[in-house]
Every structure is written in structure tokens, then in C-alpha cells.
Design a protein around this ligand. Structure first.
Ligand SMILES: [Zn+2]
Length: 240
């Protein structure tokens, strides 16, 4: 008799537990928690993808600085640092080049054009949320300095991203950051890439102090961090 009571109590406890579990599963499904879990891997939960395009490379040095710095090297160094920061933030980062090389096939007649076409192809295949092309500027007056971000004139998303990044240049340039994000309609990549894309001109290699800064790893790192923070701000807004 004593044993029968014990078994009955256990039976009731078990029945209660099963009832409670199934009720919880039902309410979780109703609240959407279980539905979201089953959707893993779809667009809503996938990692964002960013293409970083370090301008120039190989035989194309880009701008040459007052102390002989080559734009292509600074672009690549900032791009590789930016890639690391984005990956720490769970963003998939795709580079159009990861070493000092151009993207046009050797011996091609229209080298610049085929280089640009290859960059576009890499971008299209990555299906990115956004694209950042890294460059350095130059001007015939060496007093001119500062970073500036360009976007395609009719791209609202490109404009938003450009304005966020331009504002964040405060971090590296302080109150000297007086430039505005600027619309453009003739850069090849801006014309041919359909995703939001910006050209980030980090600074002027024609300005002695900015050229010296851009050559240091510390400044390149701050620049990469700044661009990374801007990208994260944009992605958080867009994916909210
Ligand atoms: Zn350039």
C-alpha cells in the first residue's frame, strides 16, 4: 500500500512535468521564439557582408606622397586592419585584393578598365550589404588636408553611409574635420556597383603632416577603427 502511493505520486509528478513542458513549448512557438530558431541561416539572421576595396595595387601605385609613400600600400594596410575589426564584430569582410597586386590580367590592353571590372565582379559575387573603397587623396596645394567620403549622387543609402563615416572622421582629425560627404557621378565603382558604396579618401598624401601620419601604423589603425565604427553604426540602423 505504501509502495502504491509512492508510484502514484511519481506518476502525477511526471504527468505534471510533461503538461508543463508542452504548455511552455506552445507558448514559445506562439511568441515566435521557436520560429526564429528554425529560421537560422536565412537573410534575417545571416551575418552582414562588407566588401573592402583597397584602391590600386601592383603596377598602379595610385597617388605618390610627398615623402614617397605609395597610396596602394596605405590603402591595403588600412583595409586589412578594417577587415580584422569587422570580423571581430561578426561581419563577413571580403577584400578585392589582399596583397600588392592589380586585378587586371597581365598584358591586357585596357588595364585600368579590366582592373575595375574585376573589382566589380568580386563585389557582385559577394552580394554585400555595403562596399567601402579605400583611397588616399592628393592636391596641388600642399596645405589641403582631411578625409572625405564620396557616394553616388542618387543613392540614398550611400549618402547615409557617407555622412556617418564623414562625421566619424572627427575621431582622427578632431575639429579640423570640416569637409562634407560629397555626391559624385563619374567614379567607375560608384557608377557600376548597385549596392550602397562609398569611396573613402582617408587623407592627402600631398600634405606633409597628413602624409607622415598616414604612413604610421598607429594612424592607419585609428583610421580602420573609425571606418569600422561607422560601418557598424550604419548596419545597426539598416538592419534594425
Ligand atoms: Zn586612389
Amino acid at each position: 500500500m505504501k509502495q502504491w502511493t509512492w508510484q502514484t505520486v511519481m506518476g502525477f509528478l511526471l504527468l505534471g512535468a510533461v503538461t508543463l513542458l508542452s504548455w511552455q513549448a506552445g507558448s514559445l512557438a506562439a511568441s515566435g521564439v521557436l520560429t526564429v530558431q528554425s529560421r537560422e541561416g536565412t537573410a534575417e539572421t545571416a551575418r552582414p557582408v562588407v566588401v573592402i576595396d583597397p584602391g590600386h595595387g601592383g603596377k598602379d601605385p595610385g597617388k605618390v606622397g610627398v615623402n614617397g609613400q605609395l597610396e596602394k600600400d596605405i590603402n591595403l594596410s588600412i583595409a586589412l586592419r578594417l577587415k580584422n575589426y569587422l570580423e571581430y564584430s561578426d561581419v563577413t569582410a571580403v577584400l578585392t585584393r589582399e596583397e600588392d597586386t592589380g586585378l587586371s590580367p597581365a598584358g591586357g590592353r585596357y588595364k585600368k578598365m579590366s582592373d575595375m571590372q574585376k573589382r566589380c565582379q568580386i563585389i557582385e559575387e559577394a552580394k554585400p550589404d555595403l562596399v567601402v573603397s579605400i583611397h588616399q587623396n592628393s592636391y596641388h596645394e600642399n596645405s589641403i588636408f582631411g578625409g572625405q567620403v564620396f557616394y553616388y549622387k542618387t543613392s540614398q543609402k550611400g549618402k547615409v553611409l557617407a555622412q556617418i563615416l564623414q562625421k566619424r572622421f572627427d575621431y582622427v582629425l578632431g575639429s579640423a574635420n570640416r569637409r562634407q560627404a560629397k555626391a559624385n557621378d563619374n567614379y567607375y565603382l560608384l557608377l557600376h556597383v548597385k549596392e550602397p558604396i562609398v569611396i573613402v579618401e582617408c587623407g592627402f598624401l600631398s600634405n606633409p603632416s597628413e602624409a607622415a601620419n598616414l604612413q604610421t601604423e598607429e594612424y592607419q589603425d585609428r583610421m580602420a577603427w573609425t571606418i569600422h565604427m561607422g560601418i557598424m553604426e550604419y548596419l545597426n540602423k539598416e538592419r534594425a
